[in-house]
Design a protein around this ligand. Structure first.
Ligand code: GMT
Length: 380
């Protein structure tokens, strides 16, 4: 099939899922055309079977806010027409589902029907999408998609609770490359970071408020206080970085904390991790937790959103109530000070991650594509 994929290009979340899906679909013989306003972070320059089409947004003195959604719709029309797309799959409803709807209507006028699939990821439903300034359009565009998927049961429920959507929503979870994300020997790196064989606690995110990075620092400070020799590695960057840095200074723990910035090879850091922290205030799935688990790292997370579908309490790690720093620190100490428990949870984490194996989930997407196309009566 010729498949158009639109996504945000940024680190983490929907852009990663869309890009990894594109790579897998290309591997399975499909021709993929990706669209975004800049190259998606995980998309290499030369990727067989994938063509990247940058959406150019021409500025004009009248535009304080250049209309990206329209530029994207135009690009979609171009690709449907010139690349003969069989299907458009958009990730994150806002504004991608709306652009796709517009492109589809334009092409209908020209006698071409292209199915549109929208994958809901996160704040397109739980936050921005339901903001009154966008809600009507988001609701309409999701409902007008020919197929809708959500990355967790939680997100499906949230969508039905907050939008008037008649469409069936199919849950297709996020997925993991078990070969790439597995513990590998990084003893040089471990020695450099932990000269005294300290335990390694890791957090990976885009440091937005919702990720609760200051809480990660507070939990870690308590683990240190308990006497466990440990280091905290913070991967990523974003709005709360300075706050977290200041907090480390205030707590006097800077020597134990490393800010590593944005990294492509997260699995290298996860390979030396003993514990992963993700205390998010909102998370529809928690791809970062799944990546850690795939590298055999037990996870301590909040119990909100889709996180309980990924991290299984008492098996792959522990879940605590939102903002319960004490609970997270206590569980952290428990895991790090009991080698047997740690080993058991590491193995369980890897085993559970395997249930999100990318080959299987990509097959679910392919089956869904077929189902939608059959329903629409187009060629299979
Ligand atoms: O919605 C966001 O805040 C960003 C979003 C994205 O689409 O980049 O992240 C969401 O999608 C990820 C991939 O499906 C999920 O793993 C994250 O849990 C989810 N983030 C939130 O719900 C905050």
């Amino acid at each position: 099939m010729n498949i158009g994929i639109a996504c945000y290009p940024t680190f983490g979340g929907s852009g990663v899922v869309a890009t990894e899906l594109a790579k897998n679909l290309a591997k399975n013989g499909h021709n993929i055309h990706m669209m975004s306003y800049s190259r998606p972070a995980r998309l290499d320059t030369l990727e067989t079977g994938i063509t990247y089409h940058e959406v150019s947004i021409n500025s004009y003195p009248l535009f304080d806010y250049p209309p990206y959604a329209l530029a994207l719709a135009s690009q979609m029309v171009n690709l449907i027409e010139y690349e003969d797309l069989d299907l458009l799959h958009v990730h994150y409803a806002l504004p991608h589902a709306t652009s796709a709807y517009l492109a589809k209507q334009i092409m209908c006028e020209r006698g071409v029907t292209v199915p549109i699939i929208t994958t809901l990821h996160g704040t397109d439903i739980t936050l921005v999408g339901r903001d009154p300034s966008y809600k009507h359009v988001v609701e309409f565009s999701i409902d007008k998609s020919d197929g809708v998927t959500a990355v967790s049961e939680y997100l499906k429920r949230e969508t039905y609770e907050n939008f008037e959507i008649q469409q069936d929503i199919e849950v297709i979870p996020n997925f993991i490359d078990l070969d790439r994300f597995q513990k590998s020997n990084k003893s040089h790196f471990k020695k450099a970071i932990c000269p005294n064989d300290e335990k390694v606690v890791v957090h990976v995110s885009n440091f937005r408020k919702v990720k609760r990075v200051p809480e990660v620092v507070s939990v870690f400070a308590k683990i240190l206080e308990s006497g466990i020799k440990s280091k905290l590695l913070l991967v990523g960057d974003g709005p709360d970085r300075q706050k977290a840095e200041q907090q480390c200074r205030d707590l006097g723990i800077c020597d134990h904390v490393r800010f590593l910035g944005k990294l492509d090879q997260v699995e290298e850091v996860l390979s030396i991790a003993d514990l992963f922290l993700i205390p998010s205030g909102s998370e529809t799935f928690g791809l970062a937790a799944l990546e850690a688990m795939s590298c055999s790292v037990p996870v301590i997370s909040s119990n909100i959103g889709g996180l309980p579908e990924v991290n299984v309490h008492g098996e792959t790690g522990y879940l605590c109530d939102l903002d319960d720093v004490e609970c997270m620190a206590n569980y952290g100490v428990k895991i790090l000070s009991d080698p047997e428990l740690h080993e058991r949870m590491s193995q369980n984490a890897r085993k559970h991650a395997a249930t999100f194996k990318q080959e299987e989930v990509v097959k679910q997407y392919e089956n869904f594509y077929e189902k939608v196309r059959e329903r629409m009566g187009s060629k299979v």
